[in-house]
Design a binder for this molecule. Structure first.
Ligand code: SF4
Length: 378
C-alpha cells in the first residue's frame, strides 16, 4: 500500500486549493493510501469518500474541543481508559490506515500528545488486577496497523487473564486496507486461536458509506468471519458523507448481508476541526429513523447514541416539543438507565447545547466513574 501525506501528490485537488489545504493538514494530520484515494470520484466535488479523507478549509474554524468527551477524566494509566465497570479501552496504537477528517481522537495524532502507549504492560496489569473487567476494547489509532507479532502478544496476554471474556478490536482497516485482513495468514491464525467458542473476539469495523464496501472490503470481513471473529459496524453520522437516509439504509442493508451488522450510530462530538462534518441532533435522528425503516430486522438493531462525557446516551424519540434520551451506559452508577427530557432545539448539535425540561435533564459532569459496582455487560 502506498501512503500519501503530501497534498501536492494528489492530482485531483485543484491548484487553487492546495496552499490552504496544506495549512489544514499542518494542524490536523493528513494521510491517505492509493487504494482509498482510488475510490474517489474526482468529477464530483461532493463525493463522500473525498469528504471523508481530503481536508477542508472549514476545519480551521473555531469549534469544539480536542477532547470533546473528556476522555482524559477516565484515563487511569497511559493508554488505559476505564469508564464503565466491566469495560476497559486500551489505546495501543497512535496511527491509522488513513485519517478520517471528522475523527474525534485527532488529538492522539498530534506531536505533543502522549495518551497512547506502545507498551501496554501497565494496562494489562491494571486489567489483571481488576476482576470486574470482562470486556477489553483495543483501540487507538488502529490496532490492526500494529505488527501481527504485537497483536498476538496482546491477545495472548489478555487470554491469560481469566476474567477477560470479550476482546474487541476497533478498526477501519477493512475500509482503508482490507488486504491487511486477507493477506496475513499469521493474523488469521491468531484470530482462530484467540477467538474461541467460549470467548469471542469482536471486530468493531468502521464503514461510513456503502462505496467503501468494495469486493476487497467484503473479502476482508469474510476472512475474519471465517476465522471465528464476530463482526459489527459502528460509525458516526457525518455531514456530506452519510447524512442521507438512503445512503445510510443502503450501508446498513449491505452490512447486515455480509455479516457485519450495525451496532452504534454516533452523533458527532463537538471536536475541534469538525465543524464542517457536524449535523444538528434532530436532523441526525430523522436520518437515522428514516434509514431504519428501510432496513432488515438485523439492520434495525443499531442504536443512535451520543458518547457524552457522562456516558453513552441513546436518543429514543423526538416530538414537536421534546427530545427524549436515556443513559445506555453511565459513568455514574446513579445515572444507569436514567431517562431524560430536553426542549427540542433544531439547531443544537450536542447534549450540552440542549435545555433540560425541569426535573428531567440534569447531567452530573463531575461524577467520578465508580468502577466497582456491578453493571450489565456492554
Ligand atoms: S479510523 Fe477511527 S481513530 Fe482513525 S482517524 Fe478514523 S475515526 Fe479516527
Amino acid at each position: 500500500m502506498r501512503y500519501i501525506r503530501d497534498i501536492d501528490k494528489i492530482p485531483g485537488i485543484p491548484d487553487s486549493d492546495r496552499a490552504m489545504l496544506k495549512k489544514v493538514a499542518e494542524r490536523y494530520v493528513f494521510r491517505v493510501n492509493d487504494y482509498y484515494l482510488g475510490l474517489i470520484d474526482w468529477n464530483d466535488p461532493d463525493d463522500p469518500i473525498r469528504q471523508l479523507i481530503i481536508p477542508r478549509v472549514e476545519e480551521l474554524s473555531e469549534f469544539g474541543a480536542l477532547d470533546a468527551s473528556n476522555e482524559e477524566a477516565v484515563t487511569v494509566a497511559r493508554g488505559v481508559q476505564h469508564k464503565y465497570p466491566h469495560t476497559v479501552l486500551l489505546l495501543c496504537n497512535e496511527i491509522c490506515g488513513a485519517y478520517c477528517r471528522y475523527c474525534f481522537r485527532k488529538r492522539l495524532f498530534m506531536d505533543e500528545n502522549d495518551e497512547v502507549t506502545n507498551d501496554v504492560s501497565e494496562g494489562l496489569a491494571y486489567i489483571a488486577g481488576n476482576p470486574e473487567i470482562t470486556n477489553v476494547l483495543l483501540t487507538g489509532g488502529d490496532p490492526l496497523l500494529m505488527s501481527t507479532r504485537r497483536i498476538v502478544e496482546i491477545l495472548s496476554a489478555l487470554r491469560d487473564i481469566p476474567h477477560v471474556e470479550i476482546i474487541r478490536i476497533g478498526s477501519k482497516m477493512p475500509a482503508f486496507d482490507p488486504w491487511r485482513l486477507t493477506d496475513d495468514p499469521e493474523l488469521q491464525e491468531a484470530m482462530r486461536r484467540f477467538s474461541t467458542p467460549q470467548k469471542r473476539i469482536y471486530l468493531m469495523a468502521h464503514f461510513d458509506h456503502p462505496r467503501e464496501l468494495t469486493d476487497a472490503a467484503v473479502a476482508g470481513i469474510d476472512c475474519f468471519v471465517r476465522n471465528g471473529v464476530i463482526c459489527l459496524n459502528q460509525c458516526p453520522l457525518i455531514r456530506g458523507i452519510n447524512d442521507d437516509p438512503e445512503v445510510l439504509a443502503t450501508l446498513y442493508r449491505r452490512l447486515s448481508y455480509i455479516g457485519c451488522p450495525p451496532y452504534y450510530l454516533f452523533q458527532g462530538r463537538p471536536t475541534a476541526g469538525n465543524e464542517p462534518y457536524e449535523l444538528p441532533l434532530v436532523r441526525s435522528f430523522e436520518i437515522f429513523t428514516e434509514a431504519l425503516r428501510h432496513g432488515s430486522g438485523l439492520a434495525r438493531r443499531a442504536r443512535f447514541v451520543m458518547s457524552h462525557e457522562t456516558g453513552k446516551i441513546e436518543v429514543l424519540a423526538i416530538d414537536e416539543r421534546h427530545i427524549y434520551v436515556r443513559y445506555h451506559r453511565a459513568k455514574n452508577p446513579a445515572d444507569r438507565g436514567r431517562f431524560m427530557m430536553y426542549k427540542r432545539d433544531d439547531q443544537a448539535g450536542w447534549l450540552d447545547d440542549l435545555e433540560p425540561v425541569d426535573g428531567f435533564g440534569a447531567v452530573d459532569v463531575g461524577a467520578e466513574p465508580v468502577c466497582a459496582v456491578a453493571d450489565g455487560a456492554d
